[in-house]
Write a protein that binds this ligand. Sequence first.
Ligand code: HEC
Ligand code: HEC
Ligand code: HEC
Ligand code: HEC
Ligand code: HEC
Ligand code: HEC
Length: 498
Amino acid sequence: MSDSTTPPDSAPVRNRSVFNNWISAIGGILAIGALFSFALLVWMDFTQGDKNPYLGILTYLVAPAFLIAGLIFVFFGAWAQRRWQIKHAATMPDKWRLDFKNPRQRRTLVLFGSGGVLFLMLSAFGSYETYHYAESTQFCGEVCHKAMSPELTTYKRGAHARVDCVQCHVGSGAQYFIKAKINGTHQLIAYTMDNYKRPIETPIKNLRPAQDTCEKCHWPEKFHGNIDVEYSHFLSDKKNSPYNVRMLMRVNSGLPGSPTGGIHWHVNPDSRVEYYAADPKRQDIPWMRVTNVKEGTARVYRTEAFKGEPDPAKIRVMDCMDCHNRPAHSFPTANSSIELAMASGKLSTKLPALKRVAVQAMTQKDITTAAEAQQKIAAFLTLKYPDSPELPATIAEVQELYAATIFPERKADWTVYPNNIGHKDWLGCFRCHDEKHKTDKGASVKASDCTSCHIILTQGAGTQLTSIAAQGQPFKHPDGELDGDLTCSDCHNGGIQK
Ligand code: HEC
Ligand code: HEC
Ligand code: HEC
Ligand code: HEC
Ligand code: HEC
Ligand code: HEC
């Protein structure tokens, strides 16, 4: 120290560094702490297995912000000190100066030093804890992504409720890690500025291919065989007549060990299905190409209206998520939520025309908030069943179904988030399997008749369900013969049909 020979507090300041002041010292501690946390976070970033974009926010946004703030303090302190020296040095004692000779300052300094060490330790601990917290589903869905409450709510009801968000949305690998990081930062900014989209857009750009996410747990070679599924419906007549369809889904044909044919053929390693979608939700698919990977041959199918070739950058290789696009966030239609509740006994089938009434209650017009929906549902049902002892339970159940599947503030429900697995309420498989896509030679997609994907074992109600047609039977549409020119989703839109 240059001032060791001069008495404290009255020194004419000469060689003493302008950084020797309290403001700069605080800034210095802050900067060192931030640098330390930054180093620790970067280290964690590159060594931990599962990557998380929000760790990126912390590492590359928050920690540097503290570092910069610290440096600003350091230099501001120096600048202020210099100005002060020029103006008052000769006349006034320098209160801001660090002086180890002064016992009071020395005590403060010891206190300050230990505080600094504690701060360093805390920030290290804090970074570590934050890292783990940022990985959790709670953070993704609740804290950071309030905007995503529809996704969180639907996720909790799905088959993947125990799979962390990051397992599907981030996965591992440097390239997507960086993309996700940029995305995460971008999302945070959009959220803070409150300018995120309502509903949040799908498809998610930069979502990783299924090989890196789904296939970490479900491998495509796994043989699923034929899967027996049953759909329970209720008609919108007075009696709420049940109508069941039980079918065998041809997920794989062929023998175990050779899982090529069938529905999962699209993801078999020997062929590649690519397509071009004209709309961002991938509902309008005018072009597709099937490549035999072994032979290198390809077939192209187009709709009549689509001429030429699509932009190569917009061609997508089909994977799991082109059919299973709602594995975690399924927004069921009002029609199916009510039917499921009736089938499981949560809604009474004894209330006359409840199927129809309940669906109507859920799809009332001009609902803008969840609270308003709750009131309108109660009012609607009370009007229809004023004297029924089942009224309170019915109201409560319909309200709950609404809250779990329709999010008016976010404009999120089944109408904006189609589920592509079937073809009844959305186009789904019929985006491609519709006899309208043809090769140059005029051949259409083979598997487009009613038995190529499934056979119906039983359908109807009561005794109709007791004998199984092992070879399958034609679909008997409950509302009578179907017009061949209409697809199911032309009429079925998740609400009431008539
Ligand atoms: C089993 C895998 C999986 C899990 C787990 C998962 N997601 Fe998703 N998520 C998806 C898929 C698939 C999509 C649709 C992707 C597409 O089509 O681009 C999606 C879409 C989204 C969307 C866009 C809006 C929408 O509904 O299409 C948001 C937001 C989202 N997920 C948030 C979350 C959050 C928050 C969690 C954890 C609470 C989570 N996800 C867990 C697979 C998953
Ligand atoms: C971390 C592991 C994990 C990942 C990643 C994962 N799943 Fe799953 N998945 C599971 C488990 C476990 C079950 C079984 C849940 C049950 O039995 O209820 C399951 C069930 C399923 C089912 C059948 C059950 C149903 O009702 O939906 C499908 C279909 C499915 N997953 C598709 C996907 C797709 C598509 C992806 C990628 C977007 C994916 N999974 C990613 C673990 C995972
Ligand atoms: C062409 C559309 C399509 C593609 C692509 C596809 N699946 Fe499926 N998958 C289905 C259908 C349809 C079923 C039958 C069950 C149903 O109807 O819900 C099924 C069944 C399953 C099941 C069994 C579900 C159960 O209830 O037991 C799992 C698991 C599964 N798929 C995972 C995957 C994975 C992982 C991929 C990607 C490697 C994939 N699927 C690709 C359409 C598809
Ligand atoms: C992006 C377009 C596209 C979508 C969406 C699609 N497929 Fe396909 N699918 C194809 C093409 C292309 C073929 C091969 C057509 C051919 O060469 O005849 C095919 C073939 C099939 C086959 C015959 C496989 C075999 O054994 O050779 C089945 C079964 C099938 N699809 C079921 C489905 C189901 C079920 C869905 C919906 C869950 C679906 N597909 C969705 C494009 C699609
Ligand atoms: C490209 C494959 C494919 C073709 C072709 C196809 N289906 Fe389907 N169908 C499916 C799949 C996949 C599901 C199951 C959806 C699910 O898991 O929710 C389904 C479900 C159904 C259901 C049950 C839906 C419900 O909610 O009760 C009926 C009924 C049905 N199909 C009838 C038909 C009829 C009639 C035809 C012929 C006009 C046909 N399907 C052609 C793939 C196909
Ligand atoms: C012309 C319009 C129209 C078309 C096209 C149509 N449906 Fe329907 N569907 C109806 C009506 C109307 C009902 C009776 C609704 C009720 O009673 O609630 C009905 C009832 C049903 C039901 C039982 C009740 C329910 O609400 O789910 C199923 C399952 C069904 N249709 C499947 C299909 C399938 C699969 C296709 C395509 C192959 C199809 N429908 C095509 C109009 C149509």
